[in-house]
Design a protein around this ligand. Structure first.
Ligand code: G3I
Length: 371
């Protein structure tokens, strides 16, 4: 007997299930989110891209991709500031364009001494280093932004400029030459706005309810941007979560939620929009079998997303990898006691969905609808 959609909805109503929660199992995460004004997507690096199964997951679930490493300054300028290598970035951007996917740009400058190009430490900036660095940075931002123009709809202009332990601004060879980290950051944002005026410009950072110093440092930076009139639209919430065995909801209990809401209230009061930019879950601390671990990962994902997506300012949920097979977390220095791989992404290493995928679908389906 064929059951009509009307009968299905009537049955759902009888069970007390709101129709909008009844997403067909075949609906993609992006389609579920898009119905609520939220786009869904993933990071993809060249390694994953070459795997047809990974491309299949992108095409069946995502509306957005973000190159995982290929747009970073060290990838574009492997040898020095004057040579540009766009081969890998072009491959990913062309693929997305052919497949009708939106693209996030990550990132124009990762203002962190460990992740700036190696040459930046030893380069001879000449007798007027501030001018030379300003020229290098301006040329970099203009060239990369112009190349992809409107194909990249949002850029992480600056990544992780605040030390997560101290809350202080990080120094690099660029900031030492220019006199302050803010001088570097402000120039990057102003140049990006002038080059791609319609692009949503993001300051992207780990963000966490556990580090008060870091939250305070990021808020100081965001206030400073407003005071100086720097064109920053959005805070990128990376959301590299860690599941905990001893806290409710996989590690995002009510105490954690209160702290997190306090932070998001302060950020949105300054007029910033939000995106979840790099969601995944480290389950190193969860003992037990896959069932136990998957439940904890799904619990923290659902609790975190329910809270964060209740802010209508959030327009995107990006995961930092679709499958456990390729996640950067598998190479983490801190290993699980049982040495088993992590269960950190919505699909397992064999490309089968695990409960985290269901948690994301439910959270997107339950999010308030954006205009
Ligand atoms: O491609 C080379 C390969 O040729 C070489 O054999 C191999 C040996 O180590 O390294 C490969 O490069 C690695 C690259 O990932 C690609 O897998 C680099 O060593 C490694 O450092 C790099 O790590 C990336 C990391 O950022 C640093 O750029 C991760 O993939 C990437 O997931 C991670 O992403 C960051 C975000 O950009 C910012 N937020 C945190 C997030 C996780 O750390």
């Amino acid at each position: 007997m064929k059951i009509t959609r009307r009968q299905t909805l009537a049955g759902a109503a009888a069970l007390g299930i709101a129709p909008r929660l009844m997403a067909a199992p075949s609906a993609s995460l992006d389609a579920i989110g898009a119905a609520h004004g939220i786009r869904f997507g993933t990071a993809v690096g060249m390694g994953q891209f070459l795997d047809a199964r990974y491309r299949g997951l992108i095409e069946s679930e995502c509306g957005v991709i973000v190159p995982e490493n290929e747009l970073k300054m060290h990838a574009i300028h492997p040898h020095g500031p004057d040579d540009f290598d766009f081969r890998n970035a072009d491959t990913l951007v062309d693929y997305a364009t052919r497949n009708g996917l939106k693209i996030r740009g990550h990132n124009l400058i990762w203002h962190h001494p460990e992740w700036m190009p190696k040459w930046s430490e030893t380069f001879d900036y000449g007798p007027r280093p501030a001018e030379r660095v300003a020229q290098i940075l301006t040329r970099h931002v203009e060239t990369v932004c112009r190349r992809y123009a409107s194909r990249i709809y949002t850029w992480d202009v600056v990544n992780e400029a605040v030390d997560n332990k101290t809350g202080l601004m990080r120094e690099t060879a660029f900031s030492r030459a220019m006199g302050s980290p803010e001088a570097v950051l402000d120039l990057a944002f102003r140049t990006a706005r002038a080059t791609v005026p319609n692009c949503e410009l993001v300051y992207n950072d780990y963000m966490d309810w556990g580090s008060e110093a870091h939250r305070a440092g990021v808020l100081r930076l965001l206030k400073g941007f407003r005071e100086r009139g720097v064109p920053v639209d959005t805070l990128g919430l990376q959301a590299h979560l860690s599941a905990k065995p001893d806290i409710a909801r996989g590690g995002f209990g009510l105490d954690q939620e209160n702290i997190w809401r306090g932070f998001l209230d302060a950020v949105t009061a300054l007029g910033y929009k939000l995106q979840i930019t790099e969601l995944d879950v480290n389950d190193t601390a969860i003992p037990g079998d896959f069932g136990t671990r998957d439940a904890a990962v799904a619990d923290i994902t659902r609790a975190f997303l329910d809270c964060t997506l209740s802010y209508k300012q959030v327009s995107a949920v990006m995961v930092w990898g679709m499958t456990d097979r390729y996640s950067w977390l598998q190479h983490n220095k801190t290993k699980r006691a049982d040495r088993l791989p992590l269960r950190c992404c919505p699909y397992d290493a064999d490309f089968k969905p695990h409960p985290m995928r269901g948690a994301i679908a439910q959270a997107l389906a339950g999010a308030p609808i954006r205009a």
